[in-house]
Design a protein around this ligand. Structure first.
Ligand SMILES: [Zn+2]
Ligand SMILES: [Zn+2]
Length: 177
């Protein structure tokens, strides 16, 4: 059986769209090693100087006050303390640009939603586990956030607005996900 090839798509582009993340990462690293131009572009897009990142990322978790949001500078070659431009937020779990982070960037619930609604338990009587992604989607009004008592239906996004906070590398490795 031969695979169907859409004449409208570029074969290289569709290969990039379908390869696994680990293959893509090793290919990307190889490209950066072999091509100075690729290395320069990747550095420009992915790294910023630590001075652009701001103090709220310091290890003690202390928040910097009166912080200006710095603009990314393209001068990758002159970075004194290069750090990743993109990080994953430990509160909202989204990826964010550290140079565009502000005190209003992140919306999250400090506590997770717990299954509580009676309807959920009645409709799923005999189920071993009612806290599943499928049931969260099907019964959003039956999952209550402990922090603010809103539900997955009434306020799925969050009750706290804050800076995005980068997950540290050590935490990322220990995480189950
Ligand atoms: Zn909340
Ligand atoms: Zn966040």
């Amino acid at each position: 059986m031969s695979r169907q090839v859409d004449p409208n798509t570029n074969p290289l582009e569709s290969a990039i769209n379908t390869i696994s993340e680990s293959t893509l990462r090793s290919l990307f690293k190889e490209l950066c090693k072999k091509s100075p131009e690729a290395r320069r572009l990747a550095t420009e897009r992915l790294l910023v100087d630590a001075s652009q990142e701001g103090d709220e990322f310091e290890a003690d978790g202390h928040e910097a006050k009166d912080r200006r949001v710095p603009q990314p500078k393209p001068a990758a070659a002159t970075l004194k303390r290069p750090v990743s431009r993109y990080a994953t937020c430990e509160n909202c779990t989204k990826e964010f640009d550290v140079t565009a982070n502000s005190s209003k960037s992140c919306v999250y619930h400090p506590k997770d939603a717990e299954p509580e609604g009676e309807e959920l338990f009645v409709d799923n009587y005999g189920e071993f586990d009612v806290d599943t992604p499928e049931l969260r989607e099907e019964f959003p009004h039956c999952f209550t956030f402990w922090c603010c008592e809103s539900t997955l239906e009434s306020n799925p996004d969050g009750c706290v607005i804050d800076w995005h906070r980068a997950v540290s590398e050590t935490k990322k490795k220990r995480s189950r996900f």
